[in-house]
Design a protein around this ligand. Sequence first.
Ligand code: PLP
Length: 223
Amino acid sequence: MAVAIEEYKKLMDYCGQHQVTLVAVSKTKPMEDIQALYDLGHRDFGENYVQELVEKEEKLPKDIRWHFIGHLQSNKVKYIAPFIHLIHGVDSFKLLKEVHKQGTKNEREIDCLLQIFIATEESKFGLDEAELQEMIADPALGSLTQARVRGLMGMASFSDNKEKVATEFQGLKKLYDQLKSTTFSSDGFDTLSMGMSGDYEMAINAGSSMIRIGSMLFGARNQ
Ligand SMILES: *Cc1c(COP(=O)(O)O)cnc(C)c1O
C-alpha cells in the first residue's frame, strides 16, 4: 500500500486541534514511505528495532526526529545514543543508567519516557507500580543527568472493550499528573505517549500528548 496521504492530513489536523504530537511508526516499512511523509513536512518517526533504525537513520535526512518505541536492550543503547530524539520504552533502572552512560559518552542529554504497564495482557512490557515506586525512591535517580525523564508511555490492552481501554489510559494520565507534581516537578516533564491506530481518540480524550500511529498511515504490517 502507498502511504495514506489523506488520512495523514486529517490526522495532523486532529493532532493540531488537540496539541498532540504525531509519531509516524514506520517499522518494517521501506525508506520511500518515510521519505513520502518527510516531503510533506513530517519529521517525527518511530521504529522498534535497533538495527533497522540505524540503517534508516544513515540513509534518510538528518533532521528527522527518531523515536525508539520498542523494547530496548541495555547493550544496544550505544548504537542509537548519538542521534535518538526520544526513547519511549525505558522499563528498568538498569536501562536508564545505561542511557545516562551513553549520553555522557556522546556529550548529549537523551530524552526518555518511562514505560508503564497498564494493560492486562502478559505480553506487554513496562514497569508496574511497585517497580516504578522503587525506581523513583532510589537516590541515584537524580544523578542520571544525561538521561532526562520527559514523561510516561503506555500501551492499553488490545481489546474491543472501550471502557476498559479508556480506564487504562485515564489511569496512566493520573499517574503522569502525580509524578509531574511530585518527583519530576522541577523541569521538562511534559510528554505522555499513549494511543495507536486503534485507540488514539480514546487516548487523546484521556489526555495524551503524543500518539504513535503505524498501520493507519502505512498500511498493515506482515510482522
Ligand atoms: C507498532 C507500534 C505502534 C503502532 O501501532 P499501529 O497499531 O500500527 O498504529 C505504536 N506503539 C508501539 C509501541 C508499537 O510497537
